[in-house]
Unconditional design. Sequence first.
Length: 274
Amino acid sequence: MDRIIAYFSTLEQRPLERMALLVAGLLFFWILEGAIPLFRLNYRKNKLQHALVNFGFTVMHLIIHTGLAVFIVMLSDWCKAANWGLVYWLNAGVGGAIAIGVLALDFSSWLVHWVMHKKAYLWRYHLIHHSDNKVDVTTGLRHHPGDSLLRGIFFLLLIFVSGAPMYSVMIYQTLVVVTTAFTHANISLPPLLDKSLSYILVSPNMHKVHHHWKQPYTDSNYGAVFSIWDRMFGTFSSLEPSQIRYGLDRYYPNEKDEDFINLLKDPFIRKNEP
């Protein structure tokens, strides 16, 4: 346990190692998509061209969160020095700090996601993620910079509430990177396995429901790692994969889902309603 804590406590200082984890996860599920695809995705041009559009947003997402990392470290260290947050108020040990931190940060992911669907001026940024008509592993980090910034703010808020130490923060960030690739990947798991996973974790089929083009399915299954929040707050829904259609039925033209410049500009020129 001490080695695990030591490893994750300093992982923030090794950006190349963190990048390697991200790339390894993307490559693993990219290969798996070819072996056990959920859908035969007919890309507008080809899979690589689709990926390049999403990687453009991924780079901006990573730049923003690399900048926010400074504030994350400062806030986590301040909580420790001030004995502030649930971890310290409950006198949680290492195991408790990991559990509290991971659950709190996962709740931040659920909460910010829910808020972006409910507020029109925030939805206009988040809909860029939903506009992808070919959901695959590269869709996971397709976030408009406005979307990415808001996620970072909520992340900081829940660090402040929980007092999550850096090892807990980095354990969660590693978990969410892997889970995001897993849940967006165009892979087909045995139905029983997928359903069993969804009682605790967000499974691929569970998250694909969230990418269905019509409400109320779009407004459900907000979870990132754990499915408990959707089940707890009544936002869980299910749909047979054969019935799922990606994209949006309004707000953004589906034929422009790979128009990178238009996707960047859209939140500033369109009055989108959730």
